[in-house]
Design a protein around this ligand. Sequence first.
Ligand code: SF4
Ligand code: SF4
Length: 492
Amino acid sequence: MKKEESAANMNDTGLTGGEARLRTAPEQAHEEEAPARHFHNEINELYPHEDSGRHLGNLLTDLGEKNLYDAAAQCNRCGYCETSCPTYMLTGRETISARGRNQFVRMLVEGREKNPAEAAESLSTCLLCGACTSACYAKVPTPDIVLEGRRALTGYGEGFFARAAVTGLLNAPRLFGFWLKLAYLAKKTGLPRLAARMGLYDFIGMPGLAEAESAVEHTPLRFAAEILRKDAALAPGGKGQVNWAYFAPCGPNYVFTETALATVSVLKRTSGEGIFIDNSCCGLMAHNYGRLEDAREFARRNIIRYEELKAEAGEFPMIADCSSCAAFMKSYEQLFTGDEAWRPRAKAFSAAVKDILEFIPPGKIAAGKPAAEKAGRVTYHDSCRACHGQGIRKEPRAVLQELAGKNYRELPESDWCCGGAGAFAFTQPELSNMVLDRKLRNIASVQADTVVVGATSCLAQIGAGLRKAYPAARAVHYSVFLNEAAGEGEKR
Ligand code: SF4
Ligand code: SF4
């Protein structure tokens, strides 16, 4: 990125030399004369807001419930978060920093944005990692603001892949599972590699899909839900009060089945009687890829399922083993701020959600010696939606340090994103690889043999990166590590 480009970008966002500045009167007059912009009308429906189905009502911020404009206006452009933002730090571009993004949204709402393409680039390159929010005194919810800005972009959420995946999961999950298994079979035959070599992914505008093919090493023949439904010990009927319920996020269910089975095994071993909730997708993918009404429908289905089980089994914590999904389910209330009937139900649901990273206290698992030897030097990567999204940092470390002992190594910049970020690795492959490269260097710097993670996209992204650049180390999910440490993994 060239310095001149950066300077030009800063001027467009009202920022110069890394500092905020007031506009001059001639500039303001010129802006007032500027013609209405591409997304002027749609985004201005939000202010004063009317929940259109495509947009959130209000955002729930640390400074109270705010409409989009007021939430974005909380950013005073101090720049305190700049050094926490991976996209800014790796490119030096002000327009792809948190304050640049907040400023773009603010200008879009005001109808003053002169360069919609530049705004679209700024919003689409955000990792939604939330590192800026953690660093910010006002806790400006930049990822939520960015998502609202994205949802205002014409055509956002209407792409073939977003539509096919979300509506398939929502309306025909069994058919979706069937197609997924066909895709897995195609992977085993090497067809995706052939498609990549023929340039088909570039042709359809998704060059990152070639990367997706290599991100997952093994694909399952049976999904986790299919196995867990047949486990009589997890059936809800006639049990009365239970100690936990397992919520299977899509990653562990459809791709990393061993993670889901390890989580259930660890829960059975440490926490007594439990059930499998047999849930729907949490709705995160729909939410992040512009299909908000679909996300609400996923949420409603899960809330209803939870309430039915609660009526039968009393209060129970609902354990999820993907931090992105757990964090999203803890924020369900925000989906329903304009809906008096669903809002309290969403809030009660969220209160029951727990990430497996925070659920198992130290002292519950005794490490088996062979598993400890296999793990070697162990380090922990903070998934963004665990540390920034849920404030979970100490809990998994306490357990891992106990299990790995002197072989535990603290990872430098452990709470920096790995570049996985849902489908970011596939939609923004170049930027994603830059972020991943920094993560891999940090892993190599502590000579780790095992990198423990808590989210599906980190598992895919770091796992694929290690296989290519540092094959001496492996990425494992926290539950798999705990299960192996307890000796269970060795026996299977
Ligand atoms: S997001 Fe917060 S820390 Fe970052 S520039 Fe805005 S006010 Fe400052
Ligand atoms: S969410 Fe992450 S990538 Fe996006 S502005 Fe904040 S720190 Fe930067």
